[in-house]
Ligand binder design. Structure first.
Ligand code: ATP
Ligand code: MG
Length: 413
């Protein structure tokens, strides 16, 4: 992408009411635009990051046989009345249609996926299966002050699984847990993300959250480093010890809930009549699980964790571009390097604008691509470019012919 063509720019003036670091950094660097409290648009650079996060999640969901669907954002009132949540769910955005019927903007989709599954589940032979979507959710959050960490409109991946019995749900729940660990590792969050015991599902003693340690977090968790698990504050009173090893040496940390997995049991299959005929021909309710991850909250979390005083430092797997190529008045040579890198399949943001070196360096630091490549009269004198990692202070001169190979090597984080 030529930066001269990018319609967005880095921003000097921040919205006055934006208190969160992640949104400030993302607005300043031109990734998002603030429309209202907890409401943000994703700009070209931000959309690329959000898509990369979503794609990692998608690949891991497909690897555990999740089937991708896209459900409706409008949820009829009757559906939510069947589960009792029209009245009980305090964060619903409610609206009426021209047909005088009432709807909610989808905040979660058990009430859509359950009647959908009912249409296709007849016998035990139709089970198990899992269906997921990556979709915008709407919640009228009261505290929408944490930027992308708590949107009133935000992206969620929600997977729902359907099983003949609890044993089958239990085993798939473990499969999803392993898939979630893989996702956080690929996102650069593996080391600081803990499987956390939270207050019970409707069907089990605990549900589980995935909590990423960060000072920006709204949750308090108690970590057992030996077992790499944690307990949420909400249940810590009855559970003052590590649920895995019993140790009482737990470290209290602030954390961000980046995912949540839940054994629903028959909570939704009963009211929606999602039943199947077992081998003896007897009718039974299906047993369900639900599993959420917030890609937009993860984007905010990454910014909270990976930054310095100059700007964002994206982990390589989710960076908008792998390389930020800066031409210091040498567009002739830089154009050729840009074309060569693209031909080699390397993603490049190319600063071909007529700006000072200082402005270009500052934009590189704000935007946070893993590598900076500088083309100047001085570097060209030795048929070289200057290469620097975003998180590094020292740069080195690299022969232009060796550049693609150097960039293919694993980047910083
Ligand atoms: P919280 O306790 O933080 O409000 P939740 O328990 O309501 O989260 P779920 O309903 O389980 O969250 O949603 C699944 C996932 O969606 C969460 O783990 C989180 O990653 C994401 N998520 C939930 N609410 C928001 C929000 N308001 N903004 C951004 N992401 C969110
Ligand atoms: Mg919530």
């Amino acid at each position: 992408m030529r930066q001269s063509k990018l319609f967005t720019k880095t921003v000097k003036e921040l919205p006055k009411d934006e208190a969160s670091y992640n949104a400030q950094a993302l607005i300043r660097a031109g990734f998002i635009d603030k429309v209202g409290a907890g409401i943000y648009s994703y700009l070209p650079l931000g959309k690329r990051v959000l898509d990369k996060i979503s794609q990692i999640i998608r690949e891991e969901m497909n690897a555990i046989d999740g089937q991708e669907i896209l459900m409706t954002a409008l949820v009829p009132k009757e559906n939510l009345e069947s589960s009792g949540r029209w009245a009980a769910f305090d964060v619903l955005f409610r609206l009426s249609g021209s047909d005088k019927r009432e709807y909610a903007l989808g905040a979660t989709h058990e009430e859509i996926v359950s009647p959908l599954a009912k249409k296709f589940i007849l016998s035990y032979k139709d089970l198990p299966f899992g269906a997921y979507q990556i979709q915008t959710k709407f919640r009228n959050e009261k505290r929408a002050k944490a930027g992308l960490l708590r949107g009133r409109e935000f992206l969620m991946k929600d997977l729902y699984s359907f099983h003949a019995d609890q044993a089958d749900l239990d085993s798939y729940y473990e499969t999803v847990t392993a898939a979630y660990h893989k996702i956080y590792a690929r996102l650069g969050l593996g080391e600081m993300t803990y499987l956390t015991y939270a207050s019970g599902g409707s069907f089990s003693k605990y549900s589980h959250e995935f909590q990423t340690v960060s000072a920006a977090g709204e949750d308090l968790i108690y970590i057992c480093e030996k077992c790499r698990v944690a307990v949420n504050r909400e249940i810590i009173d009855e559970q003052k010890a590590c649920p895995a090893c019993g140790s009482r040496e737990l470290a209290e940390k602030k954390a961000i809930e980046v995912g949540n997995i839940f054994k629903l049991g028959t909570k939704f299959s009963e009211p929606f009549g999602v039943r199947y005929k077992d081998r003896t021909g007897e009718e039974r309710p299906t047993v369900m699980g639900c599993y959420g991850i917030g890609p937009s909250r993860i984007m905010g979390t990454l910014v909270e964790i990976y930054h310095d005083e100059k700007g964002i430092i994206w982990p390589a797997n989710v960076a908008p571009y792998r390389v930020h190529l800066l031409s210091l008045g040498e567009n002739g040579a830089a154009d050729k390097i840009y074309a060569d890198l693209i031909n080699q399949g390397i993603e490049v943001l190319y600063d071909d604008r007529d700006l000072s070196a200082g402005e270009k360096f500052a934009d590189f630091d704000l935007i946070g691509c893993p590598y900076r490549v500088v083309v100047s009269k001085k570097t060209l004198a030795s048929e070289s470019v200057e290469l620097k990692g975003r998180a590094e202070t020292a740069s080195s001169l690299i022969k232009i012919s060796e550049l693609p190979a150097r960039l293919e090597a694993k980047a910083g984080i």
